[in-house]
Design a protein around this ligand. Structure first.
Ligand code: PBG
Length: 341
């Protein structure tokens, strides 16, 4: 039945009517709030390219988690800025690593917060790559002292990195991290981490895998926030090519076979098709990460008064939800929760 019998505008007449037929809802308890923890006390250093996002010392991070919690945001994901970086990412798996310290402190103060730990090595490596770097054949075995000029002069070692990722995961879980979230994109990392956790008596610690993580320009501001920009080359030899949809499905399938409990697509808005397809195909909890560049674009346009900040913030989150992600990692978690409350 078509017009004039059918008039879709009938149900748009007022906000109560619109809310009656609203199909998608945002809920604070499905947001995950990312925090960048740094050494020191009383530190709250704003990230230049992410206004409203801070590097926080442990004591400040605790306050932030408490505030998020009071707004209904029960989960946070922790990233660390270590005191020192090296070529085996010691800061990632050390018992007194910065995220380990933060996890203990937060668990002490806000025991029912859900803590996710981003498992990656880039923030802890002097070269800023997500795995162990080996100089290529011409200088095999040599440490990478000066930055190699071309991609052919070094390699990010896959299998050797797995051991460090498993070690990091066990260390984080022991410190109180509830959910292990590997974002490194090495092949086989979920299986390696699962095995590591199980052998350490941590069989009940779930894994949220950044399964389809694309090599993206939208991570730019994060690399400033986490001080994790690669010192040479880029991440295209391990993160996914943005052109590949079918490969994203394979990445997800493999991570689930390896034992991932939940999966993630990242970034969110430029990859809504991948989120929607993953929702259709896989019956597991699905997360999406509204990354730093997505946040920074909205903030920059809003500062110029080119868009209505709150409207665009909520619309961007809604689009991710509508595409099918039930869990949304977003720098807007606190603010969006406040608006929803
Ligand atoms: C670590 C990691 C990154 C992000 C999350 N975990 C950066 C990267 O892969 O370069 C990006 C998050 C964001 O941009 O907000 N590898």
């Amino acid at each position: 039945m078509a017009f004039p019998i059918t008039r879709l505008r009938r149900m748009r007449k007022s906000e109560p009517l619109r809310s009656l037929v609203r199909e998608t809802h945002l809920t604070p308890e499905n947001f995950v709030y990312p925090l960048f923890v740094c050494p020191g006390t009383g530190v709250r250093k704003e990230v230049r390219s992410m206004p409203g996002v801070f590097n926080l010392s442990v004591d400040e991070a605790v306050k932030e988690v408490r505030e998020a919690h009071s707004l209904g945001v029960l989960s946070v994901i922790l990233f660390g800025l270590p005191e020192k970086k090296d070529e085996i990412a010691t800061g990632a798996w050390a018992n007194d690593g910065i995220v380990q310290q933060a996890a203990r402190a937060i668990k002490r103060e806000v025991p029912d917060a859900i803590l996710m730990g981003d498992v990656c090595l880039c923030e802890y490596m002097s070269h800023g790559h997500c795995g162990i770097v080996e100089a290529a054949p011409q200088s095999l075995g040599a440490a990478v002292a000066s930055p190699p000029a071309a991609a052919t002069e070094y390699e990010i070692l896959n299998d050797a990195t797995l051991e460090l990722l498993a070690r990091t995961s066990v260390s984080l879980a022991r410190a109180g991290i509830d959910i292990i979230a590997p974002s490194d994109m090495m092949d086989g990392r979920v299986a390696a981490i699962r095995k590591g956790l199980d052998e350490a008596g941590l069989a009940n610690t779930p894994i949220l895998s950044y399964a389809a993580k694309f090599a993206s320009g939208f991570y730019g501001p994060f690399r400033e926030a986490a001080d994790s920009a690669p010192q040479f080359g880029d991440r295209r030899s391990y993160q996914m090519d943005g052109a590949n949809f079918r490969e994203a499905m394979r990445e997800i399938e493999l991570d689930l076979e390896e034992g991932a409990d939940m999966i993630m697509v990242k970034p969110a808005m430029p990859y809504l098709d991948v989120i929607a397809a993953a929702r259709e195909r896989f019956d597991v909890p699905l997360a999406a990460y509204q990354v730093s560049g997505e946040y920074a674009m909205i903030e920059a346009a809003a500062r110029n008064n080119w868009i209505d900040r709150e409207r665009v913030m909520m619309e961007s989150l809604l689009s991710i939800r509508r595409a099918g992600a039930s869990i949304i990692l977003t720098y807007y978690a606190k603010e969006a929760a406040r608006l929803l409350g």
